[in-house]
Design a protein around this ligand. Structure first.
Ligand code: XMP
Length: 325
């Protein structure tokens, strides 16, 4: 019979058998799946695991700290953080095309991750023992990608641009039989903080695809502030479980006229995109309470410099995608 306790016990056994005395590496994205996979493997093999977190500078407010502090505190995992913000911003400079942005972010991510992996191998006493790569692949991912086993057979969508072709690592995928809600239960049982376990989906390319236009640090900071306000108010209103996710988008190349205090302003619009969904394949825009929208709008226009308008996206998917890029 299915209990989270049984699943954990069974997987811990399986991981120990698979990995033996060798070492494993796991990339953390800040998302639920990689966090729970890492926590399970940590429980099974402890210090034989090293996690890597690539900070691409495109995360939301507080997310990097959540991984660096809360996740480490909850699991005791060995974590290598790579601060790659500069590198990503440089690579993204002057680029506005959505697909080009995605490609650049995916490419840079793989390069930085592989470099970190190589460093871990180089630093290990017996480098050749670093032989396993942990992935947070879920059951739906396995089904969608044709049910292959043991190889890098994952939609690039879920994986910031796919895995290197010359993959020398054997995969450890302890969540392969689980659905998302089961993964959350396992994470909870493993003692992970709610902020990580109950986290809504967030795209690998991060805020880079929520700025319509070129990505710059100033624009990222502005969007981070607006997004933090929206998230805070949605949580305060108790809407986190009702809403699948709520992208907050900056229309960086659009300006409109406003008035604030005695003066004319010429600022950017922020788009709120709350959606309801079962699996992100289709979605409907969430009919959320006007009072909550009002509060978010007032706070964003008051507290975020250069934003003088907040608009609501009332498009379902299809025809709109959930993200704007
Ligand atoms: P769309 O915009 O295609 O998004 O309706 C569907 C779901 O996927 C998420 N998303 C991504 N997740 N890497 C990810 O890990 C990505 O490149 C990516 N692009 C979109 C999106 O947030 C939504 O939940």
């Amino acid at each position: 019979n299915w209990t989270t306790g049984n699943v954990i016990e069974e997987q811990v056994e399986a991981i120990r058998t698979q990995v033996g005395t060798k070492r494993a590496v796991c990339g953390l994205s800040g998302g639920v799946d990689s966090a729970v996979a890492a926590a399970l493997v940590q429980k099974a093999i402890g210090s034989q695991l090293t996690c890597v977190y690539v900070d691409h500078g495109l995360m939301r407010k507080g997310e990097t700290e959540q991984v660096e502090k809360d996740f480490v505190a909850a699991t005791g995992v060995q974590l290598k953080v790579v601060d790659a913000e500069e590198r990503f911003l440089k690579a993204l400079a002057g680029v506005s095309d959505p697909e080009e942005k995605r490609k650049i972010i995916g490419r840079e991510f793989i390069r930085v991750f592989e470099q970190a992996q190589a460093e871990i191998v180089a630093e290990a006493e017996h480098g050749e023992d670093v032989a396993f790569l942990v992935q947070g692949t879920l059951y739906p991912d396995v089904v969608e990608s044709g049910g292959g086993t043991g190889t890098a057979n994952i939609k690039s969508h879920h994986n910031v641009g796919g895995l290197p072709e010359d993959l020398e690592f054997e995969l450890v995928e302890p969540l392969r039989k689980l659905f998302k809600d089961e993964v959350r239960m396992v994470g909870q049982e493993l003692g992970l903080p709610d902020e990580i376990v109950q986290r809504q989906p967030f795209p690998g390319p991060g805020l880079g695809i929520r700025i319509v236009g070129e990505v710059t640090r100033e624009r990222l900071d502005l969007l981070r502030d607006a997004d933090a306000i929206a998230r805070e108010e949605l949580t305060a209103a108790g809407l986190d479980r009702d809403i699948w996710q709520c992208p907050v988008v900056l229309l960086a190349d659009v300006r409109s006229v406003g008035v604030q205090g005695d003066g004319r302003t010429y600022g950017h619009p922020i788009v709120l995109r709350p959606v309801s969904s079962e699996d992100a394949m289709t979605a409907d825009w969430t009919r959320m309470p006007y009072e909550v929208l009002a509060k978010i709008s007032t706070r964003i226009t008051n507290e975020v410099a250069d934003v003088n308008r907040v608009v609501l996206d009332v498009t379902s998917k299809p025809p709109g995608t959930i993200e704007w890029e």
